[in-house]
Design a protein around this ligand. Structure first.
Ligand code: EPZ
Length: 422
């Protein structure tokens, strides 16, 4: 398995281009199943998760061509010849569950493997299933698979989520576009990826209102047509690289960044003494002084502080002046980066969903291990500010959500290289 070697190398400067969003692309791609006309996505990120979704759609009979060095996905699901999403693909990526709603809405039947466990939490899909049942689906769990059918098609209904779920909102939204009648989703997720999905579906002819709010109303239509849609900027990749000059010093411009995508995050950076400024091409980030202030952070659904930036923020707070308290409210097991940061000399005390971080003057380089996608990049950020060498192993986690991480950080002066497996 490849690893990444990072050596603390002082302040950074230059520009980093931000790619299209993984978590938008992973829900936009299954939308192709809703129409027999082509759907083309531009500004697509080049990631292993996108390749897994391509493999999954291919296994159902859809065609996905990666054009322009993979940044354009030309998709068509004219002839779906298989309606079973196999465990062998689904176990690699939970987002595979997002083919369930579209397949059911399109052809009235689908069989999708349950995703199974995940490092950061139990992550059940009960809300996805309840939402589809509210649209008239008949579901049966058998041998680790959801067997779904909707004889006569899905019907509009009321979907009221007891808690905010990004994925369940996406599945319900896609399914409702072809359901007979009106669907109202309450306590819906408001993430920018949901808004991006709704805008793409509207281009395909769907009738949707309220995306970005907690109440989304969908008027079902008989069929959807083809469209071309640019994937929204990746706010998590953006936030991650905004922390590089915050943790190392210097100034970096994030090309394609927008304040509206990272509002709550920017408020916390401001509290910590980090300046974020809008530029013509994106956002520019630098510290107000050599000292970062301790801040308290609680993760919440959008527009709150994103859980997908919690690990990276912890890396920054490891060298802040004072004590910071981080509360992880979305996933029950998302502090696995903490023991690795302890190996680099950090002071972190974890109790359940709360981590108390006491800032130290400087971290020390060490061999550390990535445990999940966001934990892996938090260790790279810590390594950028540490004394000496840090080797991050199991970086296959990283490849799922960050394209060209070595090239992008090297481009602003970081000392970083990928060590290929011997
Ligand atoms: C999406 O996951 C993202 N993944 C996650 O990003 C992100 O952390 C998460 O939203 C929250 O923002 C993709 O978009 C592919 P949820 P999702 O349903 O949809 C519980 C990354 O690093 N829940 O909003 O799976 C669940 O257990 C990844 O890129 C149920 O109980 O998240 C969690 O506690 C990691 N039943 C909470 O809701 C359900 O049926 C929020 O999960 C569904 C969810």
């Amino acid at each position: 398995m490849d690893s990444i070697l990072v050596t603390g190398n002082g302040p950074l400067s230059g520009q980093i281009p931000i790619a299209g969003a993984k978590n938008a692309c992973l829900t936009l791609m299954p939308a192709t199943l809703l129409s027999d006309e082509p759907l083309t996505l531009t500004n697509a990120p080049r990631l292993s998760d996108i390749r897994t979704m391509t493999e999954l759609l291919g296994s159902l009979g859809a065609e996905v061509s990666q054009l322009q060095d993979g940044q354009v996905l030309a998709m068509s699901s004219h002839d779906l010849n298989n309606h079973t999403a196999d465990y062998d693909i689904v176990r690699k990526m939970r987002a595979s569950i997002l083919v369930l709603g579209p397949m059911l809405a399109r052809d009235g039947h689908a069989i999708v493997s349950l995703p199974g466990g995940c490092a950061i939490g139990a992550r059940p899909v009960d809300l996805h299933l309840k939402a589809l049942e509210a649209l008239g689906a008949e579901l049966e769990l058998k041998d680790g698979y959801v067997h779904a059918k909707a004889p006569g098609g899905l019907k509009g209904g009321k979907v009221d989520f007891p808690l905010v779920s990004v994925g369940a909102t996406e599945n319900a939204l896609m399914a409702a576009t072809l359901a007979k009648g009106t669907t109202v989703i309450t306590n819906a997720a408001r993430e920018p990826e949901i808004v991006d999905l709704a805008q793409c579906l509207q281009k395909m002819g769907a009738q949707i209102e309220g995306e970005g709010t907690s109440t989304i109303t969908i008027q079902g239509v008989d069929r959807l047509h083809g469209a071309t849609h640019p994937v929204v900027t990746d706010r998590i990749e953006l936030g991650t690289y905004m922390l590089a000059p915050a943790i190392c010093g210097g100034e970096v411009e994030l090309l394609g960044g927008r304040m509206g995508l990272v509002g709550a995050f920017c408020e916390k950076l401001d509290e910590a003494g980090i300046d974020v400024r809008e530029t013509e091409k994106g956002l520019s980030v630098k510290r107000r002084s050599d000292h970062v202030k301790a801040v308290d952070v609680t993760t919440e659904p959008f527009p709150g502080f994103p859980t997908d930036l919690q690990a990276q923020m912890m890396a920054l707070l490891c060298t802040a002046d004072g004590v910071s308290v981080l509360e992880e409210k979305i996933f029950e097991n998302r502090f696995m980066h903490a023991p690795e940061l302890l190996r680099m000399g950090a002071q972190i005390d974890v109790h359940g969903g709360t981590a108390t971080v006491t800032g130290v003057d400087r971290l020390k380089g060490a061999p550390v291990m990535a445990t999940d996608l966001r934990a892996s990049v938090s260790l790279i950020l810590a390594g950028l500010a540490a004394e000496g060498d840090t080797t991050v192993s199991r970086v296959y986690h990283l490849d799922r959500g960050y394209e060209h991480v070595v090239r992008k950080l090297e481009g602003v002066g970081a000392k970083i290289e990928r060590i290929k497996e011997q």
